[in-house]
Design a protein around this ligand. Structure first.
Ligand code: SF4
Length: 245
């Protein structure tokens, strides 16, 4: 582990670990599953449409920031027809606390209009149709197909990309390469919940800057060569630092 002048121990840069065996992939995921048997999205939504909008809004921002904005937005525009009628300027009024809010407001208003025009106001259970909507790429479509329609998809976000390479579960140079390896290596019956297990593990334990390996339930199978086996030592109180030489 490297030392940071301000934050103690930090993770070594992501150099792909050796790939885990398929048996170890199963064991690693079983450990995550045992710790979190019913994993769920942390975005607030009530149906496929509000899920789709929440996922579009969550690009490059936190779920918490999205969840702050969406209750008021969904109260006035809970359907594609009402969201389209609100228009980009109307949507923008509710999402100004979210990164990239101007582009996202335009995308949400337009995707709502297209859902009405092309799909009778329903969210399509179809990757190509989803990816044809503004603001919807492969990752967003995968989340909607997984969470709203129960498909065994793997949406590779920043956390899953990091875990794929750091742990050896699915090393790959691009998100698509990691996705393809995960789909090939994860037992089919584990694929759908694995999306959530991996995201939540990356968000709360296998963090980008400082993975908390000492409390990781998957450490026995993880191939990261620089595991932090104990928490960083507490910094001495300010007075002690000032008086020590
Ligand atoms: S042992 Fe450390 S690097 Fe490996 S998965 Fe757990 S937290 Fe991440």
């Amino acid at each position: 582990m490297a030392k940071s002048p301000n934050h103690g121990t930090v993770a070594k840069p992501a150099k792909p670990a050796r790939a885990m065996s398929v048996a170890d992939v199963r064991a690693f995921l079983t450990a995550l599953a045992t710790a979190n048997p019913d994993p769920r999205s942390e975005l607030s939504y009530t149906d496929p449409f509000t899920l789709l909008v929440a996922v579009v809004l969550s690009a490059q921002t936190t779920d918490a920031a999205v969840n702050k904005a969406t209750p008021a937005l969904f109260a006035v525009a809970p359907t594609p027809a009402k969201m389209a009628a609100l228009g980009a300027d109307g949507v923008a009024r509710y999402i100004r606390g979210i990164g990239l809010w101007q582009a996202k407001a335009r995308n949400v208003a337009e995707l709502a209009r297209l859902l009405v025009e092309r799909h009778g106001g329903a969210v399509p259970n179809d990757r190509a149709a989803l990816e044809a909507l503004p603001g919807v790429g492969r990752k967003t479509a995968s989340v909607v197909l997984n969470v709203a329609f129960g498909a065994a998809t793997m949406a590779v976000d920043t956390h899953i990309f990091r875990l794929g390479n750091r742990t050896g579960i699915a090393p790959g140079k691009t998100p698509r390469a990691v996705e393809d390896k995960l789909v090939a290596r994860i037992p089919p019956e584990m694929l759908r919940p694995a999306h959530h297990w991996l995201i939540l593990h990356g968000r709360y334990c296998c963090k980008a800057r400082a993975p908390e390996c000492w409390r990781c339930v998957g450490a026995a199978w993880c191939r990261y060569p620089h595991k932090a086996l104990a928490p960083p030592a507490a910094r001495p109180p300010k007075r002690a630092r000032e008086t020590s030489t």
